[in-house]
Structure formats: C-alpha cells, structure tokens
Design a protein around this ligand. Structure first.
Ligand code: G3H
Ligand code: ZN
Length: 281
C-alpha cells in the first residue's frame, strides 16, 4: 500500500521520526515541535500506553482534537507499536489508527508470515499501513540480527508496507556501545526495497543515525530519549520549586527538554521542511 509520507522518505532518502506518546502533554509537545519544523511525524502508541490513555479510541480522539485545537498542519500517522496479536491490531484499526505494527518476531518465521498476512488483509482493507518485524531487536548482534535471506522471504511472502529488521540496535539505554550492522541494512534494502524501520533510536550517535539512513532506513523510533529528557528536567524543576503544587506546572516542566530532543532528531533525520498537502491527514 502506498503512503505519501513514507514514499517521500523512501524516494528522497531521509527518515520519518516516530516519537512514542504517553499522554496529553507528550502529544502537544511532539505535534507542536514537528509542526514548527514542518516535519511529518509518526506518533507511536504501545499497547500499554494505549491502555494508560484509556484505549485506542481515546488516543485517536485526543490526537485529532489536539491537532485541530493547535492548528497542526503537518502530516501525521497514528501508529500502534509492537502489537503482538491480530486482535490488538484490529482494535486499533477499528478505532481509527493509520498504521499498525504486528510484532511476531519471537515466533517461527512461518508463523510470523502467517500472522502478518492476516493483519495485512484486514489493515489494507481499511487503508491502514502495516509494519512487521523479523529477527530480534537487541544489542546482541551474534544471535539476533535479521538475515538477508529471511528478509527476502518475508518480503516475498507478505504484503507489508514497512519492515523492522534487527541490525544491532536495542530498546532503552545501551549498556555497551552498539555495533550497528550497516552493511546488513544495505543488503536488506537491496533485496526488499521496502522502507526499513530502525527501532531503539535513543542513545545512537548522530553519525550512526545518519549512516543508517544513508544505508536505507526510512523510519526511526524514539521513546527512551524523550522520557529521559522530560524526567531529568522535571526532577531539577521540583528540586528548585519545592512549593509548587499546580499539576499543570509540574507535568509540563519537562516539556522544554523534550522539545529540544525532538528538534535535534528532526534535523538529523532530515525530515524538516517536508510538509505537503496529503490526503493521509
Ligand atoms: O518501538 C519503539 C522504539 O523502538 C523506541 O526505542 O526507547 O530505545 O528509543 P527507544
Ligand atoms: Zn521498538
């Protein structure tokens, strides 16, 4: 299924940022900053974050209402992140998500293919994008990286729109310096020509992110780095403002740091000044 935002990144060799959302403040901050820089954005929603925000429907309504209220013009995609079941994907699609990730990477490849195709069938009927994962996102490159052969088989046997491959990144904070398999990214790209997704974007150096994009990555997911920036600023605000009790002042105290992180990544990913009228919005 062709999507203007993703296709543009694929053709022009840049990456769309996925920033994961947790609440109203996250949505406001991410949308405002991306809009300021004219960058399309993917709002990642984990299944647990969706529950925290009172369900898929509420997430869609919140995002749409905030977009309208803040007059957000950039193209946005509401994306279900790391769903492991068909039912979760269907619920998100029925609630109005634009994109879902079915992550059956811990299953056998044949089972992963079967489940992914089941999700593609339902999603594409509703004009919803599908991202799938093979290999296992982990720092341990010796046992978990995606093979080119698996990527090619997966590409031929499914109808996915984006592929998340394990190339040496990990979720959360890195314990050791990551060893990104740049050649593997190139080879997987050559054998699939799919928009490739890099999970675990937090903690990677600017050079590393740029090289991943150069080698074929078109979407990069960031979550931890926003949480770290927000919580660090908030903690020091509370230390210096012991008498504050207004929840709005407290919860937004970390948002400036998040803005800086967002601005930084958009510049590194090359997604700024890309706004165009789109029927996906
Ligand atoms: O799916 C979400 C991401 O891969 C986020 O990873 O928290 O390491 O940035 P991160
Ligand atoms: Zn991830």
């Amino acid at each position: 299924m062709k999507n203007k935002i993703i296709q543009d990144a694929l053709i022009n060799n840049y990456a769309i940022p996925q920033f994961n959302i947790n609440n109203l403040e996250w949505i406001k901050t991410i949308l405002s900053e991306c809009n300021n820089l004219n960058s399309p954005v993917i709002l990642g929603v984990s299944t647990s974050a969706a529950k925290y925000m009172c369900g898929y429907k509420n997430v869609v309504n919140m995002v749409n209402n905030i977009k309208e209220y803040l007059n957000i013009k950039i193209p946005t995609i509401i994306h279900l992140d790391h769903a492991t079941t068909y039912e979760e994907c269907v619920s998100a699609i029925d609630a109005g998500f634009d994109s879902v990730m079915i992550d059956a990477s811990s299953s056998l490849l044949t089972d992963n293919i079967k489940l992914t195709n089941q999700v593609c069938n339902y999603a594409h009927k509703h004009n919803v994008l599908v991202e799938a994962e093979i290999g296992h996102i982990s720092e341990d490159i010796n046992i978990n990286c995606t093979s080119v052969e698996d990527a090619n088989n997966f590409y031929k046997q499914t109808d996915i729109d984006l592929l998340a491959a394990a190339v040496g990144t990990a979720h959360g904070c890195y314990n050791v310096k990551p060893h990104i398999q740049y050649d593997l990214i190139t080879k997987i790209k050559e054998s699939t020509n799919l928009p490739l997704v890099l999970h675990g974007g937090s903690g990677l150096s600017d050079e590393c992110l740029k090289k991943c994009i150069k080698n074929g990555i078109n979407k990069i997911n960031f979550n931890t780095e926003l949480q770290l920036a927000w919580s660090k600023e908030l903690k020091s605000y509370l230390k210096e403002n012991k008498d504050v009790y207004d929840p709005r002042k407290i919860i937004t105290a970390g948002c400036n740091s998040m803005q800086e992180v967002i601005r930084h990544y958009i510049k590194i990913l090359g997604s700024f000044d890309r706004y165009y009228e789109t029927d996906n919005n």
